[in-house]
Design a protein around this ligand. Structure first.
Ligand SMILES: N[C@@H](CCC(=O)N[C@@H](CS)C(=O)NCC(=O)O)C(=O)O
Length: 324
């Protein structure tokens, strides 16, 4: 694990010391948008026009943030329009790599690079910051459009509708405000909350994260006992953003990140909801459970120094969900 400083790779674990042992996720730096007509989006400097075959998505199957983008690519029928490369699950001293010796790791289809940091320095030779996935690459302008999953799923939600004819809307105008409110709590205490627990290097930092995480899971369980989806009857991006964390919870976060007050299968509504989303057309094919289990346990040697992969329970994602 490391980062780029002025375009040079430096092997360095997260700095938690300066935050009292707490993990702080850094902000994504490429924040431009693909839009239907190429006009600028809500952030960044520039707009990029939606075109079939122009964009390439770099993902890790292990990563919950990258997973959102793969799900939206599937839900919105973008597989024939946006190509992908999948990194190797092991993220060690050199960061994400394009090694191919793991089933599902594709190598870099565009440049045959060996490391993901080369994609960042291709876009900006002097880039300083973390080398994260997902990365949305523009083949025409040869640069990174965005490395922020929250933005990429919104681009996929609508920018290519004129090309695909798929007008499913997971970010409907009238629900944007309530979606934002749920996203914000879910991001802080659940999506990022599990990382705050797992990467904490002090008891205080862990305690500060684990309480709010399980408070939020209790709140979500209650919400989902009353409504099918977080926004009621309509499936939205808020659900997909929660799903990628729920999916990884019992196989990884419960043990590896010490989120072990309860498992997702101990919450009847969350567990059935998670299965419903898993069984939604196109979603199962985006799940790379081998990469998920391998990545976390093998890559985080500060947490699991002997790199032993746990046996894990058999989880039946295809059990009928009974919701709806
Ligand atoms: N804000 C980013 C966060 C992405 C992110 O942190 N990805 C992780 C993988 S799960 C990563 O690449 N980490 C590498 C690092 O922090 O050095 C997003 O949501 O797109």
């Amino acid at each position: 694990m490391g980062l780029l400083i002025d375009g040079i790779w430096k092997d360095q674990w997260y700095d938690t010391k300066s935050n009292g042992g707490a993990f702080k996720r850094s902000e994504a730096q490429f924040r431009n948008w693909v839009t239907a007509d190429g006009s600028a989006g809500p952030t960044g400097q520039d707009g990029f026009e939606a075109e079939s075959g122009r964009y390439h998505l770099y993902v890790s199957l292990a990563c919950p943030w990258a997973h959102r983008t793969l799900i939206f690519r599937a839900l919105k029928g973008l597989e024939d329009h946006i190509s992908i490369s999948v990194v190797h699950p092991d993220m060690l001293g050199e960061g994400w790599t394009f090694k191919r010796d793991s089933h599902g790791a594709t190598g870099d289809h565009l440049f045959d690079s060996s490391h993901a940091h080369q994609i960042y320095t291709r876009a900006d030779a002097k880039y300083s910051g973390r080398v994260t996935v997902p990365i949305l690459w523009d083949k025409t302008r040869e640069t990174i459009v965005s490395n922020e999953s929250a933005d990429i799923i919104r681009m996929f939600n609508s920018a290519f509708d004129g090309i695909t004819g798929n007008d499913l809307d997971f970010w409907p105008e009238e629900l944007r405000e309530p979606i934002e409110a749920v996203n914000s709590r879910v991001y802080d205490t659940v999506n990022n909350g599990v990382y705050k627990c797992g990467f904490a290097t002090s008891q205080d930092a862990y305690d500060a994260a684990v309480g709010p995480l399980f408070d939020s899971l209790d709140w979500l369980e209650d919400l989902l006992s009353q409504h099918r989806y977080l926004m009621g009857t309509q499936l939205t991006e808020a659900d997909w953003r929660l799903f990628t964390t729920l999916l990884r919870f019992d196989p990884v976060y419960h043990l590896h990140f010490k989120c072990n007050k309860k498992r997702i299968i101990d919450y009847p509504n969350l567990w059935a909801y998670c299965r419903e989303l898993y069984q939604y057309p196109g979603v199962q094919a985006t799940v790379g459970m081998q990469h998920i289990v391998r990545h976390y346990h093998y890559s985080h040697d500060t947490i699991n120094p002997n790199r032993i992969l746990p046996v894990n329970p058999d989880i039946d994602w295809l059990e009928p969900h009974g919701r709806g």
